[in-house]
Design a protein around this ligand. Structure first.
Ligand SMILES: Nc1ncnc2c1ncn2[C@@H]1O[C@H](COP(=O)(O)OP(=O)(O)OP(=O)(O)O)[C@@H](O)[C@H]1O
Length: 262
């Protein structure tokens, strides 16, 4: 569903992705992890055709740099890290914008479009907010609305940029369970940049770790989420517990570290 070979991106004269090779099969959930500035957002933007890149990239049969925007938007939805919300737009209207690539150029939305929008609003627990201006939402509410817009697009490939960074623990699980359900029911392919490594390993059956614009590890959560690697790549202090649901990555507090050294 996604194939990149030697994918490179330069921003402001600096190489921010330096030759990424990645093959993602249909229905896979790949979690992209890595420290701040590693290139996660840039990778998602290159897959969505939002930044110029070199090398070869194919996403759902399209070359993101050349495909017509409507064709790309019917196949690929990106949930951005920093959504731009137009003034005066309600939550329901913002979610309905996800149907734009499916509405004929000079046509109007159909009953089917409205059904899809209503279904995602309900599934993301947004019915109570539907009439509110989207600019007045809390960060977590807006994050769910922007995910709803991406799901209303009914894409074959869903690119999520930090989809749960503003959500409380209950909504994190609810939102990721919903995406997981769509992946298994509809076979959509998910690539999600995530900072929470435990959640990344619980939902992503495969983890790709970036550092300095390069892939430094690619494998199952148990293979990639090793304490020594995380400590080195992130400059962190963590302990990894092996649990049946996947590795649990715990920060080691300053007092624990001091006790360990004593
Ligand atoms: N328009 C730009 N001009 C110059 N440099 C840029 C531009 N956009 C991104 N960069 C740089 O590219 C690098 C990768 O950025 P990117 O946003 O892809 O990282 P990230 O892994 O998503 O980081 P974070 O975890 O902080 O969101 C960073 O060093 C960033 O400063």
């Amino acid at each position: 569903m996604i194939e990149c070979a030697g994918l490179r991106v330069e921003r402001g004269g600096v190489t921010v992705l330096g030759g990424v090779d990645l093959v993602v099969r249909q229905g896979e959930w790949v979690a992209v992890v890595g420290p701040n500035g590693a290139g996660k957002t840039t990778l998602l933007h290159a897959l969505a055709g939002l930044v110029p890149s070199t090398g070869t990239v194919t996403v759902a049969g399209n070359d993101p740099g050349r495909a017509a925007r409507r064709a790309m938007s019917r196949a690929v939805a990106l949930m951005p890290q920093r959504p731009v919300v137009p003034e005066g737009v309600s939550v329901a209207e913002l979610v309905a914008l996800g149907r734009t690539p499916h509405v004929p150029r000079f046509g109007t939305e159909t009953g089917r479009d409205r059904e899809v929008v209503e279904a995602v609003i309900e599934r993301l627990d947004l019915s109570g907010l539907a009439r509110r201006p989207a600019t007045e939402l809390s960060g977590g509410e807006l994050q769910r609305v922007v995910l709803a817009r991406a799901l209303a697009q009914q894409p074959r490939v869903l690119l999520l940029d930090e989809p749960t960074s503003a959500l409380d623990i209950g909504h994190q699980q609810q939102v990721l369970d919903l995406v997981q359900g769509m992946r298994t029911a509809d076979g959509i392919t998910v690539v999600a940049a995530m900072h929470d490594l435990t959640l990344a390993g619980q939902y992503g059956r495969r983890i790709v770790m970036l550092d300095g614009g390069r892939v430094v590890a690619d494998g199952t959560p148990r293979e990639v989420l090793r304490a020594d690697r995380i400590n080195e790549v992130y400059g962190a202090r963590v302990e990894v517990l092996d649990r049946p649901g996947g590795p649990v990555v715990l920060p080691v507090g300053p007092d624990d570290a001091a006790a360990g050294e004593a």
